[in-house]
Design a protein around this ligand. Sequence first.
Ligand code: ADP
Length: 476
Amino acid sequence: MKILFASSEVAPFVKTGGLGDVLGALPIELNKQGIDARVIMPKYGRIADEYKKQMEYITHIFIKMGWRSQYCGVFRLLYRGVTIYFVDNEFYFGGLDVYGKIKDDLERFIFFSKSVLALLPQIDFFPDIIHVNDWQTAIIPVLLKEQYKEYEYQKIKTVLTIHNLHFQGRYDIESISDLTDLEKRCFNKEGLEYFGDANVLKGGIVYADFLTTVSPTYADEIKMPYYGEGLDGLLNAKNGALKGIVNGIDYEEYSSNKDIFIEINFNKRNFASHKKQNKIRLQKDLGLNVNEDIFMLSMVTRLTNQKGLDLIEAVMDRICELPIQFVILGTGDAHYESMLRHYQYKYPDKVSAQIKFDVALSHKIYASADAFLMPSLFEPCGLSQLIAMRYGTLPIVRETGGLKDTVLAYNEFEHTGTGFSFKNYNAHEMLFVLEYALKTYNKKAEWHKIAQHAMNKDFSWQSSAKEYIKIYEGII
Ligand code: ADP
């Protein structure tokens, strides 16, 4: 079976969040399981030179974008057994940012999507399935069915994975129709039309042969108005072709016993003492009070409303009054960046706000902290809580989407659980559970038992990859 994944981000080449992690790991696992899975992504200016140097130029073609004809080169690189194709165009992808203004992003990713289809003969790879991801590549199923009538193309099936329904690629119909060359009838209510605009993700949902999202609970939630982002009606209609499959994490990258970024490696037996050594090192690096016993709470996140930053803001003083340290690594909304800087200024030996994107530091935090806070408003899957558990760092989460599916709440009577959770999107409910976690942390033996449960869980890609294969087999 031949699968071509198309995505706007793929780790380790470019990643801004979970989408990049998934694309950097799932194809590798599929290959291990006997599938010829390949990946195509834009050749961004910010891809590290070590990878650029290894890329091999294949050929180039030209793609029509409105009245202009745009150069479209294609390069190839073999990464951990997977062929990765890179679409080259300096005008669209030469800059350092992955995402920017929606108007520009629409043009760039429509160009990329058109390139994916146009390049199949050049790369000599006609897959059984093109697996597209989020709005940036969601126009591919539409273009394929509307504009490619040749047999090799018509037999290709499409799967669309929704990693986050919130981002949809919505813009005026005239611009999208100009960029895509789709016929006018495609922009009606049964097609891309959405409250008077064109919606690229909606187009993908309508045209794809199968839809997946990244956890079973999120697959249910998005069929309700509260989480459905205006598309719940359509998703209900597509219910028979929609499935939630929980993400895994890349065990090559996230394994406490061989992580190259952390002070000292550890395993399920020695984690209690070794995590402390990582903690001390991190405290020194970040200028916090050095204290191996203090409860270290952490976050590694985009700083947005989705991630529950408004809850944290509402009770931040109360959190800082607890006998804890709070380490946050993230970038995002300017408002939250300055809020966190303010609390670092107010509580300098307790709060460390690292406002940047830093993969190495993220590993150090996962390995050093005792608990990981993730009070999301909605969470399609969430990888951070999985990574945290893998390092024996207990997640404190809101019961939504993938957080609900992957974190089992601690039960002090049965001594079960892999973390802590609360139900309602409410700052004081979050604070209450945080205080409960802190109380539990002080019962050392009990805390270590929960951490061991968390570390024993299997979050590898093996079983999820099998579920994807079942879907592929069902549609070809
Ligand atoms: P989302 O995709 O919604 O941002 P996920 O939890 O699915 O959230 O994935 C987030 C990924 O991005 C994790 O691998 C996390 O460690 C990483 N990440 C988020 N913010 C940062 C940051 N500032 N620095 C380094 N890694 C980050």
